[in-house]
Write a protein that binds this ligand. Structure first.
Ligand code: FAD
Length: 367
């Protein structure tokens, strides 16, 4: 069925909340949506979509991080996330208000919800995006700086390419693929947490709140949440960590993570890992950083005994400061590192811990 593109307007961000608390990725996507909306037109809005029950208090945070409007989809039946309930609620709202773009965080919930909604809307979805563009010149500049694409072949004026250009790693991270959705609306994508940047918080900012009529009943939901049990794994919050100390195969065995844990505890960080250690059974997958693990963006990322494979870099190279410790001076990790220490991690890490103790003792003495 032909879709009238003119009916579709504004960018929606599914502002995922859990237990009445917004996920960081929702704020990152509002920041990205704000940038993209201005690339479309001055009157295109970025709108946060809040789904749940008794979540009015979250609207203020969405406005302060850049949302122009907030769609409130609230009902007791939506108090707990269910695939059926949230899919119907979001689909109904999309049918009524017709956004041009819908973005979700690539969290467990986002990855569950987005494909269902996309299928029901009969539109496309690009999963796990790491870069988004509307503006063609901006896209060409991105492609020239980050890919080997021959941009002279890009047809700038092709009407089909004027919408959202969604870029994601493909084929094990060896290729970047840019995907467009030229025939249907809305355009949809999931974006990994930690990839986009939040806008600076503007305390007191407000905007329009639209209360959406909810048409979901218990009969629409085929599952019943009996109990929510938090697994210990969820305690590893790599996404929100400001300091991450990661270990790789260079640790030589699972016991190496005792040193990494001591290091992380000392500097107030969280333990990360390369996939090699996870595959070897040295540490749980919840610690894995990279393309098939978690994407992170801490203030400091310590890579200890990690070679720097492209799939690992895909998950940590936007960290503010990268410190690499590796005994091989040619290890690729040094190409992205801000500070590189060539040496045996079993000598270097204890030295850093000792120096940290010294610095703490000096700071205490100076008080
Ligand atoms: C589809 C796909 C998805 C993938 N996803 C991920 C992912 O999400 N995350 C990820 O990490 N990988 C991922 N990988 C695997 C990736 O390609 C690499 O195999 C992996 O990252 C290597 O882990 P490593 O750096 O710990 O091990 P290695 O590559 O073996 O490197 C070990 C490093 O330790 C150094 N070293 C050894 N001993 C010491 C010492 N005593 N002191 C200091 N340095 C020492 C060595 O010089 C070496 O550089 C993926 C691969 C594929 C194909």
């Amino acid at each position: 069925m032909a879709v009238n593109f003119a009916d579709y307007k504004n960018i929606w961000v599914y502002a995922e909340q859990r237990n009445g608390k917004l996920m960081n990725v929702a704020l990152e996507l509002i920041g990205e949506g704000h940038k993209l909306s201005r690339e479309i037109s001055a009157d295109t809005k970025v709108c946060a979509v809040l789904v749940g029950n008794e979540i009015d208090h979250l609207a203020a945070e969405c406005f302060e991080y850049g949302a122009d409007a907030v769609y409130m989809i609230q009902d007791p039946v939506l108090a707990q996330y269910t695939t059926d309930g949230y899919t119907k609620a979001l689909f109904d709202a999309i049918e009524e208000y017709k956004p041009e773009i819908v973005m979700y965080g690539a969290t467990h919930i986002g990855r569950d919800l987005a494909p269902r909604v996309a299928a029901r809307c009969n539109t496309g979805l690009t999963a796990d995006c790491t870069h988004l563009d509307i503006d063609m010149d901006g896209y060409i500049q991105f492609a020239e700086e980050n890919t080997t694409l021959d941009t002279s072949k890009v047809k700038k004026d092709d009407p089909k390419a004027q919408g959202l250009k969604m870029t994601r790693p493909a084929f094990g991270g060896n290729l970047m693929a840019t995907i467009i959705c030229p025939n249907t609306r809305p355009q949809m994508s999931t974006v990994r947490p930690g990839v986009m940047s939040k806008r600076e918080r503007e305390v007191g900012a407000t905007g329009e709140i639209i209360n959406v009529k909810v048409n979901v009943t218990d009969a629409d939901i085929r599952t019943k949440v009996v109990e929510v049990v938090k697994s210990a794994k969820e305690l590893v919050s790599l996404t929100d960590a400001e300091i991450i100390c990661s270990g790789g195969r260079g640790l030589g065995g699972p016991e190496g993570f005792e040193l990494i844990k001591e290091f992380a505890d000392k500097v107030g960080g969280v333990v990360g890992s390369s996939r090699a250690c996870v595959d070897n059974g040295w540490i749980d997958h919840s610690h894995q950083v990279g393309q098939t693990g978690t994407t992170v963006k801490p203030k400091i990322y310590f890579a200890c005994g990690i070679s720097g494979a492209i799939q690992h870099l895909a998950g940590m190279q936007t960290s503010d400061i990268i410190v690499a410790i590796n005994k091989d001076p040619d290890a690729p990790i040094f190409e992205v590192a801000d500070y590189g220490i060539v040496g045996d991690l079993y000598k270097v890490v204890p030295q850093i811990i000792a120096e940290w103790d010294n610095a703490e003792a000096l700071a205490d003495a100076a008080k």
